[in-house]
Design a protein around this ligand. Structure first.
Ligand SMILES: NC(=O)c1ccc[n+]([C@@H]2O[C@H](COP(=O)([O-])OP(=O)(O)OC[C@H]3O[C@@H](n4cnc5c(N)ncnc54)[C@H](OP(=O)(O)O)[C@@H]3O)[C@@H](O)[C@H]2O)c1
Length: 289
């Protein structure tokens, strides 16, 4: 693949990753983005006609059912968007000879490991969202053993949409104390850096079927929140510090179980793009907010 006049179709236009992709698009690439209003992924016919009409060299599918807790009570919808729609996108991409880059998650793993998950580790999801995303990955691979690429990522944050950083900053302005889970470890991922990695993939002559991408390093949600507060105070985005109290996942009582450890091994991806420490990427975002 070469990026001269390369045409890329992004699905999931209003999501945070799609927004970061659009904001960081390399100039020579032509890009069309479609959102929920242009294409409802729950409607098979809409997928095929949108992909045929907006003929591209590469599709990046960022659209997904991403509400991890709600998925426990809406499993059919989660599977419809994260698995069935992915299969239908793959069929349409295969029929039109378009390379499909699809996003997946660290939540395909159960979190029992204590070392970063490699692309060779066996997934074993422990919640509906993770199971639906893994079913989507498998459907993609089966439908497009050649010509498709899955990129797993974790804990994405940005200035766009809903994410942990924005929620923490809002709560830190509204409350005098917050409780944050300290027994789940993962790697935060800057949507901007993930977007840079995805654009880097579009420039490669050939792609592997699977990549992992996240910021370097790992942290708990609690330590992430503490760092967000420190940086927000440093850059004048918060007026005063509040108490941040570490709690267990059990005490928090979310509807969905989460893996206690889901850091992704990004060794193979680092050969394409250097992944910066999460603290550095977080600082750069908070300065920009
Ligand atoms: N966010 C994270 O922490 C995280 C972590 C690991 C992996 N990922 C993966 O990374 C990818 C991008 O995530 P993100 O954070 O950008 O998610 P996001 O902000 O929730 O965006 C997802 C997009 O999917 C669209 N969508 C949902 N249902 C749809 C439907 N039926 N038809 C058409 N569009 C639909 C949504 O549109 P509406 O808003 O209009 O419904 C939204 O724009 C996803 O594959 C996600 O699973 C994310």
């Amino acid at each position: 693949m070469t990026n001269s006049r390369l045409k890329v179709l992004i699905l999931g236009k209003s999501g945070q990753l799609a927004q970061a992709l659009i904001a960081n698009k390399p100039t020579p690439i032509e890009c069309v983005a479609l959102g929920h209003l242009d294409i409802n992924l729950a409607v098979t016919g809409e997928i095929e006609s949108a992909i045929t009409t907006n003929r591209a060299d590469i599709i990046i599918n960022t659209a997904a059912y991403t509400q991890v807790d709600l998925a426990e009570s809406e499993p059919s919808l989660a599977f419809e968007i994260n698995a069935l729609a992915v299969e239908n996108i793959a069929k349409a991409a295969r029929n039109t000879n378009v390379h499909l880059i699809h996003l997946s998650t660290d939540y395909v793993f159960d979190g029992k490991q204590s070392t970063p998950y490699t692309i060779f580790d066996t997934p074993h999801p422990i919640n509906i969202y993770g199971a639906s995303k893994l079913t989507g990955e498998k459907a993609l691979r089966q439908c497009m053993p050649v010509g498709s690429t899955t990129v797993r990522t974790s804990s994405v944050y940005s200035q766009y949409g809903n994410n942990f950083v924005k929620t923490m900053l809002r709560l830190m302005r509204e409350k005098s104390e917050i409780k944050v889970i300290s027994d789940q470890i993962s790697s935060p991922t800057s949507a901007k850096e993930l977007a840079r990695f995805l654009w880097m993939l579009t420039e490669q002559e050939s792609l592997s079927p699977l990549y992992h991408w996240c910021d370097s390093g790992k942290t708990s949600w609690y330590q992430f929140a503490v760092t967000i507060q420190q940086l927000a105070l440093k850059y004048g985005k918060l007026e005063k510090a509040i108490s941040i109290i570490p709690i267990s996942s059990q005490e928090y009582g979310a509807a969905a179980l989460r893996p206690p450890f889901s850091q992704l091994d990004i060794g193979q991806s680092q050969a394409l793009l250097h992944s910066k420490p999460w603290q550095e990427n977080l600082e750069s975002l908070i300065k920009r907010l």
